[in-house]
Design a protein around this ligand. Structure first.
Ligand code: GLN
Length: 242
């Protein structure tokens, strides 16, 4: 972290911000401030350069066409790759997750190159669109409680040797490959199909990102009663669909 200020970068709110994913930036920002951190929140529109000195970058989901435009602009910009080279933490959702991989199928039905920051490849699912509440167990190596989220995607994502599945679904589809995996991660880059916004439902993931960025093992506890109420409501929705 540079000069005791946490730099939180929200990538392309004008293109990638479906299903309330902007809430992820609000949650990280708030939880950092609750720990007394000085936070600079930087929203980067798709006609602006991506700063390379951020500590945490967030990218949300998007419809197929904005997703292609975002991938084109991020490739041309190159700032996010440089930031990851500098050790930045990245957390991505759905379309953002697909863009961080090697490639995905765009709105024109063509193979669109991603940024190659996560060893995943996305294809277009042949079956019905994956839509609904999800409950999944996060990779036990991360020591985090079960993941809840809402998925809505046609893409199917295969995780390569250079990344680990982020979670395994109990309910829902996740990566959509049929192997039960959901999302992917490496040392600093995370991807998930979960909306919700996912960090409001799973604030411990926001804390995990903060710990990585601050290079600490623990953070002071905060009052999580509202988050916990939302978590429990959504777990009930996933396990007992109407
Ligand atoms: N367009 C992508 C898909 O359908 C991502 C959708 C999303 O971000 N919700 O797979």
């Amino acid at each position: 972290m540079s000069d005791s200020q946490l730099r939180l970068v929200w990538i392309y709110p004008d293109l990638l911000s479906t299903y309330g994913d902007q809430g992820n930036a609000l949650v990280v920002e708030r939880r950092a401030r609750q720990r007394g951190l000085d936070v600079a929140r930087i929203d980067v529109r798709s006609d602006q350069p991506v700063p390379t000195s951020g500590d945490i970058y967030l990218i949300g989901g998007g419809e197929d066409r904005p997703q292609r435009l975002a991938a084109e602009r991020l490739r041309r910009d190159g700032g996010l790759e440089r930031a990851v080279g500098n050790g930045a933490i990245v957390f991505s959702v759905c379309a953002g997750y697909q863009i961080l991989g090697h490639e995905f199928i765009n709105d024109l039905g063509q193979r669109e190159p991603g940024l190659g920051l996560l060893d995943v490849v996305s294809v277009r699912g042949e079956g019905v669109r994956c839509v609904g509440d999800v409950l999944a167990d996060i990779d036990p190596r991360l020591g985090l409680p079960p993941l809840t989220g809402f998925e809505n995607h046609q893409g199917v994502t295969h995780v390569g040797q250079g990344a680990k599945p982020f979670a395994r679904v109990r309910i829902g589809n996740g990566n959509g490959t049929g192997d039960g995996t959901e999302g992917a991660y490496n040392e600093t880059v995370f991807g998930t199909y979960m909306h919700g916004p996912v960090l409001a439902r799973n604030p411990h993931i926001a804390d995990h990102l903060l710990k990585l960025a601050l290079d600490v093992n623990a953070l002071p506890p905060v009052d999580d009663r509202w988050y916990e109420a939302l978590r429990q409501e959504r777990i009930t929705a996933a396990t007992q669909p109407a």
